[in-house]
Design a protein around this ligand. Structure first.
Ligand SMILES: [Zn+2]
Length: 194
């Protein structure tokens, strides 16, 4: 019952975002009429190129929109629900938008962690751009290191090799530790090949 109440509460607050007075959406996500992949309203669907023009139809789609609301607590609850109960891979899109556009360290950390929990290699470029930008808050950059470490693979190693030279010591140290964790796994795989 607790889940039902939490989700119902979130949905109630996603309707009529401005006139309802609960909160104002920073960015409105709309959905591709064919694939239901979201993008910023009117932008092309990342999968089929049709303009994303449809409103959210389902509870999961309303939650995807909640992530780009100005309310960090609701965004955090939506990420939690989408990952733990819906396992919705479309979450990558609002989290990547958040990581690119937000200036709130809490939301940035949430976005980096959420992308790590999703474990989708498609999130590597967003996480890499964020991690390598020295102007971004370091706590969220460390969260990006952890997220990349969880995704793993050769591309991640290349990004972490750049990040280990960051002038911010805590970021450099996190990158070095992540590399130490990832590199033995890569050399074992290479051993298997030869
Ligand atoms: Zn589409």
């Amino acid at each position: 019952m607790r889940l039902a109440i939490t989700v119902a509460g979130l949905i109630a607050s996603t309707g009529a975002p401005i006139r309802g007075g609960f909160f104002i959406l920073e960015t409105q996500l709309l959905f591709c009429p064919s694939c239901r992949i979201p993008n910023i309203g009117g932008a092309p669907c990342p999968q089929c190129g049709q303009p994303c023009t449809d409103e959210a139809h389902t509870m999961a789609e309303s939650l995807l929109n909640t992530i780009l609301a100005k309310d960090p607590d609701r965004a955090a609850m939506a990420v939690d629900v989408l990952i733990r109960w819906y396992h919705d891979p479309r979450l990558r899109i609002p989290l990547s938008i958040l990581l690119k556009d937000s200036s709130d360290p809490f939301l940035l950390t949430l976005a980096a962690r959420g992308l790590g929990w999703l474990g989708d290699p498609e999130a590597i470029p967003s996480l890499a751009d964020f991690l390598l930008d020295e102007s971004k808050p370091y706590v969220a950059r460390i969260a990006a290191v952890r997220a990349l470490q969880g995704i793993g693979g050769q591309k991640v190693i290349e990004v972490l090799e750049q990040a280990q030279h960051s002038p911010r010591p805590s970021v450099a140290e996190a990158a070095i530790r992540a590399l130490q964790d990832l590199l033995p796994a890569v050399s074992e795989k290479q051993d298997e090949l030869y």
